[in-house]
Ligand binder design. Structure first.
Ligand code: PLP
Length: 221
């Protein structure tokens, strides 16, 4: 079996290749290693191999494994990439460095309150439901620019980027292009898009970070 560390190096090489192919600067794309469902013991070797940016989709699961790792490696950057319930905003602000899933007023208001109360400098992304899928989180594409503006003007939150998860059964290219267009209109610089199956495509469409789980850690059970 190929180890997570070997697969990490393979993914990083492919990211570098996709950057070259797309005439992007070397290192333009940040790898967010998605470690959801994997235990701290599985994650630690990947940290020791130099990976510093990780993604988790559940606040409670992350609370069980990241505080000790963050204490051992203070330069770790942890991204929340799953839906955030407003009653978890306090815990999320305390643990995560980047929240990629801001998608409604109530969450924006709760985050603003907790960020002020805890005095933490978090980076925030708005999740856009580019496929308008009813079961999926994220703001509707046509409401996204206004929501970014409201985050800033009403809630005092600087939105650094946009994030999307294209429909599983569709060509992701048009979704990546749509996210890039919305980001341009909203004046937002960062694009979190691309997962194990399509991160090289996402880099061609301008991704500044890719969220890669199974291609590094193996299949989740
Ligand atoms: C699980 C997950 C990923 C990683 O998916 P893989 O296909 O395993 O790379 C990326 N983004 C989000 C939001 C996820 O929940």
């Amino acid at each position: 079996m190929t180890s997570a560390v070997e697969q990490l190096h393979a993914v990083k090489a492919k990211i570098a290749g996709a950057e070259r192919e797309a005439k992007r600067d070397p290192g333009a794309v940040t790898l967010v290693a998605v470690s959801k469902t994997f235990a701290a013991d599985d994650i630690r070797p990947v940290v020791e191999a130099g990976q510093r940016v990780f993604g988790e989709n559940r606040v409670q699961e992350a609370q069980g494994k990241w505080p000790a790792l963050k204490q051992a490696f203070p330069d770790l950057e942890l991204h929340l990439i799953g839906p955030l319930q407003s009653n978890k905003a306090k815990e999320a602000v305390a643990l995560f460095d980047v929240i990629e899933t801001v998608d409604r007023e109530k969450i924006a208001a709760e985050l603003a309150k907790e960020i002020a109360r805890q005095g933490r400098a978090l980076k925030l992304y708005v999740q856009v439901n580019t496929g308008s899928e009813p079961q999926k989180a994220g703001i509707e594409p046509r409401e996204a620019v206004r929501f970014v503006e409201r985050c800033r003007d009403v809630h005092g939150l600087a939105i650094e980027g946009l994030m999307c998860i294209p429909p599983a059964d569709e060509n992701p290219g048009p979704h990546f292009a749509l996210l890039e267009k919305i980001a341009r209109e909203a004046g937002v610089a960062k694009l979190s898009m691309g997962m194990s199956g399509d991160y090289e495509t996402a880099i061609a469409f301008g991704a500044t970070s890719v969220r890669v789980g199974s291609a590094i850690f193996g299949n989740r059970t």
